[in-house]
Design a protein around this ligand. Sequence first.
Ligand SMILES: Nc1ncnc2c1ncn2[C@@H]1O[C@H](COP(=O)(O)OP(=O)(O)OP(=O)(O)O)[C@@H](O)[C@H]1O
Ligand SMILES: [Mg+2]
Length: 191
Amino acid sequence: MTARPKGVKRQGRPAARAGRRRGSVAVYPGSFDPITNGHLDIIERGLSVFDEVIIAILLNVEKRPLFTVEERAALIRETYGGHPRVRVDTFSGLLVDYAEKVGASVIVRGLRAISDFEYEFQMALMNRRLNPRIETVFMMPAEGFSYVSSKLVKEVVHLGGPVTGLVPPVVERRLREKNGAARPAPRRARR
Ligand SMILES: Nc1ncnc2c1ncn2[C@@H]1O[C@H](COP(=O)(O)OP(=O)(O)OP(=O)(O)O)[C@@H](O)[C@H]1O
Ligand SMILES: [Mg+2]
């Protein structure tokens, strides 16, 4: 590294770089059914602080998802294709065990509103009890995404409304295809 002459400012994004620990890996867990621009906002914020973000899709047997795990992973990969610091993975079981296994010391979660807080607070404290070496970090999205959820986006598309700007274009296309396929064939007009 060469010394910087006095008075010459550092290039790039010093604030973000200064806070980043070398080799820091964060896990961003969720259902991502499907990924929304709110999720992307949190991933971008995670990347500005940590070296690698692993988007970890929870294999949740209780929820009945619209997209299979493979479809959800493919949609994320299409959005983040080949990004050197983003990895897509799936997990089941305890999140802290998964984090430990992949060498992550941080869990990233997004906080939209007070409604998210209570559940997230409980989870963070339980995870800390299960493994105190892993820290949960909460990030807030841009205000414009604070009302966006996968569930709401699915509802709007199901009812025929637009979700442009709330999800990546490929997700909007796939949502429309799914809904088209799920919808009953239109009845023939009576003569
Ligand atoms: N718009 C958003 N802004 C910030 N964080 C978000 C947003 N949407 C989801 N998150 C966060 O991302 C993480 C994973 O969320 P999840 O996959 O359950 O998405 P979701 O939109 O809440 O889905 P669902 O509607 O199915 O509950 C959680 O920490 C959640 O709070
Ligand atoms: Mg949710």
